[in-house]
Design a protein around this ligand. Structure first.
Ligand SMILES: [Fe+2]
Length: 244
């Protein structure tokens, strides 16, 4: 069943300095991530080989595209934990969070909060292409309800490229930033790569996440173990993944 366990040559486990991954889409068939249990297990195996030992899984919560429900996702996560045990890969699945899109339905979530969290923090994302007004206020409201917030991949929001003052304001508000590992290696193109490194150098970034979706991302993560920019960032900067 798991033939890939034999055929891949072991990569350098450079991500052991992070130890914990806090952003991925590996509950099978619930969003645009893994399409099967086999694909999930293959991705987790790669993550183990490159050095991760603990991970959170964070499916999209985005209306109407991914109308996931917290109780269903929690049940599927528990089932996945059992299947992972059977596979023999000693990765610890620490918990299930969500990647919550700040969209029109988010105000409703705030009225009746039920967030699946990464440790004690809520992982949120914005639209990749469309600037949304009032993001600062929405996140401020969330923090007023005593939630700590992690903003996923700020380097991928192209509308902030020339206007990093909004990101600066969010950082000042106490929002934690998470950059994608694969942004640093260039997987999302040169602009995201440049911005990822720039935000890390500014000292804004607390966490690196894989944002792993499928085996294509897993292959890119293997390649990233040889990437000079990734290696340099991991050597020079401290991240807080292991505190989650
Ligand atoms: Fe994601």
């Amino acid at each position: 069943m798991f033939d890939f366990l034999k055929k891949n040559k072991k990569p350098d486990p450079i991500f052991s300095v992070l130890g914990t991954d806090m952003h991925c889409h590996l509950v099978p068939c619930v969003d645009d991530g893994s399409k099967s249990l086999e694909e999930t297990i293959e991705c987790i195996n790669t993550m183990y080989e490159v050095g991760y030992r603990r991970m959170y899984i964070t499916p999209h919560f985005q209306f109407p595209r991914f109308p996931n429900k917290e109780d269903v996702i929690t049940r599927l996560f528990e089932e996945l934990k059992e299947k992972l045990k059977e596979s023999g890969i000693p990765m610890e699945l620490v918990g299930v969070g969500g990647e919550y899109r700040i969209d029109d339905s988010f105000a409703k979530r705030l009225e009746n909060p039920n967030f699946l969290r990464v440790g004690d923090k809520v992982l949120v994302e914005l639209s990749l292409n469309q600037l949304r007004m009032g993001v600062e206020e929405t996140l401020f409201e969330l923090s007023m309800q005593d939630y700590e917030i992690i903003l996923a991949h700020p380097e991928r929001y192209s509308y902030y490229n020339q206007h990093s003052e909004t990101l600066s304001q969010l950082y000042e508000q106490g929002v934690h930033f998470q950059v994608n590992v694969l942004s640093i290696s260039g997987f999302y193109g040169p602009t995201a790569q440049e911005k990822a490194i720039q935000y890390i150098k500014k000292g804004w970034v607390d966490y690196l996440g894989t944002d792993m979706h499928n085996t294509m991302y897993a292959a890119a993560l293997r390649d990233a173990t040889k990437n000079k920019k990734v290696r340099k960032i991991l050597e020079e900067y401290k991240f807080k993944n292991c505190e989650l």
